[in-house]
Design a protein around this ligand. Structure first.
Ligand code: C2E
Ligand code: MG
Ligand code: MG
Ligand code: MG
Length: 273
């Protein structure tokens, strides 16, 4: 490609791809060490009830604090970990870390729900529920303080398996959220079959919330759907007061976003709480 087209631009383009590939390879080869040597860290982003203006929860978001490359965003290594078969180990690290932190905050008297992201591979893995049971025993966390965030509810073929797994999670005391609701594939007609608690409205919609836009009608539909199914809603990526006001008018009173706080180290949460 480079030889055919010639010119500076295509060479830069080519080098850019090569650079990205070698960056990815480097992350892939170093991730196992990172898990073992505590280079991974969960930051926590506040979730606020805008009626009481209280922090009601936090979402744990993983970062990789690389000794040479600095802080690496999850989008640079979560998909890679999924493809490279490392998401189960990484996901277990996230759950243990999040459970320990939730237990700590509970002992300190903070009434906070801790949301943790679960990859679909992890969710469908045969040992997922057993791992959760083991981690509850190990960390002594109260599972009712943990919200498991899952994307894409339903690959049609395994609806039954999905419902079964969800019911076991609910029996253990966890709540379940659907992350980025409306962006992936989820079968609306079957939504009522899933024992879920919360729909998370994605930032993509909140970004374009001005009345008479698709963002606005998507959000308003999700809120109505949630109401009719008796589910909670929480809006993500809330950055401005205008967005807060529109969401409040639509009766969405739980919000998460830079307007209220960025993801931050756990130590900073109690003061803000
Ligand atoms: P997500 O679960 O939908 O998390 C929300 C993302 O939006 C986070 O990005 C958060 O930092 C960002 N965000 C929150 N508020 C705002 C805002 O007001 N403006 C903007 N521009 N962004 C905002 P982050 O931390 O980079 O995480 C990206 C994605 O990586 C997450 O999306 C989630 O899908 C995945 N992820 C993060 N941590 C984990 C984890 O522990 N396990 C798994 N499996 N996936 C994770
Ligand atoms: Mg999430
Ligand atoms: Mg989300
Ligand atoms: Mg996302």
């Amino acid at each position: 490609y480079q030889a055919k087209t010639g010119g500076g631009k295509s060479i830069i383009f080519f080098e850019d791809i090569a650079e990205k590939a070698s960056y990815r390879l480097r992350l892939e080869s170093e991730l196992p060490i990172a898990i073992e040597t505590n280079q991974l860290i969960l930051h926590y982003q506040p979730q606020v009830d805008t009626v009481t203006y209280k922090m009601v929860g936090v979402e744990g978001l993983i970062r990789w604090n690389h000794p040479e490359l600095g802080m690496i965003t999850p989008n640079d290594f979560i998909p890679m970990a999924e493809e490279a078969g490392m998401i189960i180990r990484l996901g277990e690290w996230v759950l243990r870390e999040g459970f320990l932190q939730a237990k700590q905050w509970q002992d300190d008297g903070l009434n906070l729900k801790v949301g943790l992201n679960v990859s679909m591979q992890q969710f469908h893995h045969p040992t997922f529920v057993l791992t959760l049971i083991r981690l509850i025993e190990e960390t002594k966390v109260d599972p009712t303080r943990i919200d498991l965030e899952i994307t894409e509810v339903s690959a049609v073929e395994d609806i039954e398996e999905t419902v079964l797994t969800m019911n076991r999670l609910k029996d253990l005391g966890f709540t379940i959220s659907i992350d980025d609701f409306g962006t992936g594939y989820s079968s609306l007609s079957r939504l009522a079959d899933f024992p879920i608690d919360t729909l998370k409205i994605p930032r993509e919609f909140v970004e374009k919330i001005q009345p008479a836009t698709t963002g606005y009608s998507m959000i308003s539909s999700i809120i109505h759907l949630a109401k009719s199914l008796h589910l909670e809603v929480i809006a993500e990526g809330v950055e401005t007061l205008e967005q807060v006001n529109v969401l409040n008018r639509l009766e969405c009173s739980r919000m998460q976003g830079y307007y209220f706080g960025r993801p931050m180290p756990a130590e900073q949460i109690p003061a803000l709480y």
